[in-house]
Ligand binder design. Structure first.
Ligand code: F0G
Length: 450
């Protein structure tokens, strides 16, 4: 698909920002020049996917498209129970409604915001157990998404295995720099879980990018095919939630996978209640076709090489200009260390949000804050997260190198004027998932003081 890019002026963007209460989720996408808000659902689909869309079988039950989708997912993951959902959080909602609840504790390397919110919605507690290196933007550890096995053992000893209905691992670790998880770590965590009879589920939105980084970075893996590594990742797990809007290469869709027959029966009942019949689950037949094709294409190693390399290219140029990012670059995005970028803005004044606003104002680039706005503060989460990050997420198969060069130049220009950025305060916010709708005001005094 080819889409027009509308150019706005700085003055127009200043006005748009003010009208959006300094929250870029509230800005119409036609007023965005380069949209790096998310890599989710923003993929350009291939000719084969579009062809599949036309072949979509829209029968209510047992459609051809369902069987094709199931065959692809079976061979990809080996999981016996495959439930289609309309997106990742629908899979999360079904899973945690069944196994969550007050007094339960659910660990992860780092929970994504919707995962955490779905867990907390049931009254359970979501705990992040990423390794210490994962909290240090400068650490060169190759698998900064790894879950710390000792912290997991400690948690089990503290709260008791009976209170932990599942252990999750997010591959790649989106809330913490898009960093990969190693096969070795998955096996270690699985062994600990198995001892305590705790099932291990993957949050597997970006499984192919994770597998490609295993191939590149983990000793002894570089001769294996990505599809082999993907299969081993799923073989270690007892189930998975997947948002197909990432490595499924589609604009909408999700999957819930599990081995346990009893849990699957309950999940199917919930699926029918709120998503749709088990052979379409909240999607059209054509969406299942696009997913089946996307989950196949994403294993193409030429595509993955190009994908990972282009993200790295952005990261390398920012680093060269002195902009601290989460190193080494992960799979789907570059995460700028906003606390380092805006060192004059205290955390309570949201340096990440200040940088997001500055990138939009200066160049019409839309990024997203992953820091105290998204993961900290509020009545429920008074403590701040480990890092104040700004994510530049790269949509799949959309932007060319010249778009990325524009992003590099603009970010470096903002960096050279960083002292002019001013902090923000929240003037209105909902209790959960506040980053989508929170309203901000600029704190002019920060700017004046500097
Ligand atoms: N888990 C992870 C790790 C995610 O990154 C996301 C979505 C979800 C679950 C939920 O999936 O959106 O299909 O319901 N991440 C998007 C992002 C929104 O921008 O990172 P969903």
């Amino acid at each position: 698909m080819v889409e027009p890019i509308k150019f706005t002026t700085r003055e127009e963007r200043a006005d748009l920002l003010k009208r959006a209460h300094f929250n870029v989720f509230q800005i119409a996408s036609e007023n965005v020049i380069i949209d790096l808000l998310t890599d989710s659902g923003t993929t350009a689909m291939s000719s084969e996917q579009w062809a599949g869309m036309l072949r979509g079988d829209e029968a209510y039950a047992g459609a051809k498209s369902w069987y094709r989708f199931r065959t692809v997912l079976e061979s990809l993951t080996g999981m016996p129970h495959i439930l289609p959902t309309h997106q990742g959080r629908a899979s999360e909602r079904i899973l945690f409604e069944l196994i969550g609840g007050p007094t339960k504790v659910i660990p992860n390397n780092n929970h994504f915001d919707t995962t955490r919110a779905n867990i907390e919605h049931t009254g359970a507690k979501a705990v992040d157990l990423v390794i210490a290196e994962g909290r240090d933007p400068r650490s060169q550890h190759p698998f900064k998404g790894n879950l710390d096995p000792r912290k997991l053992e400690q948690l089990i000893a503290e709260v008791g295995a009976g209170q932990i209905p599942v252990c999750m691992i997010t591959v790649t670790n989106n809330s913490n720099g898009g960093q990969p998880v190693s096969l070795e770590n998955l096996k270690q965590v699985k062994a600990i879980c198995a001892k305590s009879k705790i099932p291990l589920f993957l949050d597997a939105c970006r499984f192919a990018e994770n597998a490609y980084m295993i191939k590149q970075r983990e000793p002894g893996q570089n001769k294996r095919s990505v599809s082999d590594i993907v299969r081993e990742m799923f073989d270690i797990a007892d189930g998975a939630t997947i948002s197909a809007k990432k490595d499924g290469l589609v604009n909408i869709g999700g999957v819930l996978l599990m081995r346990d027959n009893e849990l699957a029966e309950k999940a199917n009942n919930l699926l029918i209640l709120t998503e749709g019949f088990v052979t379409y689950g909240g999607l059209a037949g054509r969406d299942l076709e696009a997913m089946a094709q996307g989950f196949t294409e994403v294993l193409d190693e030429d595509y993955l090489r190009y994908r990972l390399r282009s993200v790295q290219y952005l990261g390398e140029h920012l680093l060269k200009a002195g902009i601290q990012i989460v190193e080494p670059p992960g799979g789907h995005a570059i995460y700028i260390d906003a606390q380092d970028f805006c060192s004059h803005i205290p955390r309570e004044q949201f340096p990440g949000q200040a940088l997001v606003c500055a990138l939009y104002h200066h160049a019409g680039i839309r990024a997203v804050e992953i820091g105290s706005v998204m993961h900290g503060g509020g009545e429920e989460k008074p403590s701040a997260p480990a890092m104040e990050l700004v994510r530049l997420a790269i949509p799949r198969r959309v932007y060319t190198q010249s778009h990325i060069d524009y992003v590099i130049e603009a970010t470096i220009e903002v960096f050279s004027q960083r002292d002019e950025l001013c902090g923000l305060k929240i003037v209105e916010a909902p209790k959960a998932l506040r980053h989508f709708t929170a309203k901000f005001e600029e704190i002019r005094s920060t700017k004046e003081k500097d």
